[in-house]
Ligand binder design. Sequence first.
Ligand code: EPZ
Length: 417
Amino acid sequence: METLTIRGGRPLRGRLAVQGSKNAVLPILAATAAFPGRFALSNCPPIRDLAVTRALLEGLGLDTEEREGVLYVESGGPVGTAPDPALSGRLRSSVLLLGALLARRGEAEIPLPGGCVLGERPLDLHLRGLEALGVRVRCEGDRLLCLGRPAGGTVLLPYPSVGATENLILAALGAAGPVRILGAAKEPEIRDLAGFLRACGAELRGAGSSCVRVTPRPLHGAAYRILPDRMEAATWLCAAAATGGELCLTELRPAQLRPVLQVLRRAGCELRETENELRLRGRALRAPGPVVTGPYPAFPTDAQAPLMAALLRAAGSTVIEETVFSDRFRQVPGLRAFGADIELAGRLARIRGVDRLRGAEAAATDLRGAAALVIAALAAEGESRITEAWHLDRGYGRFAERLRSLGAEAEAEENQI
Ligand code: EPZ
């Protein structure tokens, strides 16, 4: 969608099943290129980044087909080593093909990846880690040339990069000996990647901890159900909280959202949870105290913008510190158009609650920033228009339809061709 028009001022109410996780399905799809097999992935989200990744895999020689809600992938044939540069440039997770193709072919030519612009997003942790496994890395213009089947050994990650951890796990699948990754990221999506790989016969221990061990062995295809998307869940919770609504989310794992739930409770929301269901009742919100983003299990950076939008009318002032990305407050100018009172100082944002928000026009800048603008528009009085709304399609499936199912007045306009 190009533009999303919302008439705000109504509480969100209803029940919604959380979709499959974007940040789990993308590394799992990259993994299907790392070894021959037939795969059946269920609970895949209907999002643009998945469609682009399927096209990347097909360009490498894999076959993909969706039938009755299951995504089938076949990677038994010959697989190329150079993904399509135009497609790779559209999302960050294309870099994960690096590890998969090194495992499969011992070489890879990867264009520098794209994705949300959130400040500096270097690849040094990926590349130094691969070099520690004996891979020769050369940068030629906007392409990365990597040569050599990874050796066994130990990699030390100085920062728990999610992508670097995933890339090293995928490369380790084809290594000449066991690989240990110390300082690994602990996100639930990494545990889901490990769950998928173990279903394919991998010997992989420690996923979800800071020490992951992979012992290479022959692997095979498998059927696997993708983890629910904790960031989509956080987005809907923030939207319900911002509008004083009542929301029941199903098919999620509340335990993976603990820091977000703690902040929403401190802000005055009533939350009741079972193992895979969560009920939120919004109240007049109050400032929840300081929020600091960080690697899992800290408050997730992907929930920072949606939470900021939910707190725009909370009584008092809240300071958010963004420690993961260097420029992840790009939603702030758009939020100010709705009347938000936000002061920025480096990696700190101070939100002072205002009594009312007014409808406005604002342009989305990235996936989670776009969600923040939607939340502000839902809480604002009057009509709002969010342009560059295609950012939402990258990570939220059937977004406008799901908004309307919760009682929102939302209309999507497609590109005028
Ligand atoms: C993944 O990105 C997610 N994307 C991001 O979600 C998420 O925000 C991020 O992890 C952190 O949780 C996917 O899983 C597809 P990182 P990734 O490597 O792997 C720096 C969304 O909205 N860094 O953990 O790129 C980097 O610049 C997206 O769904 C290096 O310095 O994140 C950043 O400051 C946005 N060198 C920090 O580490 C490197 O080689 C965290 O990056 C790699 C990263």
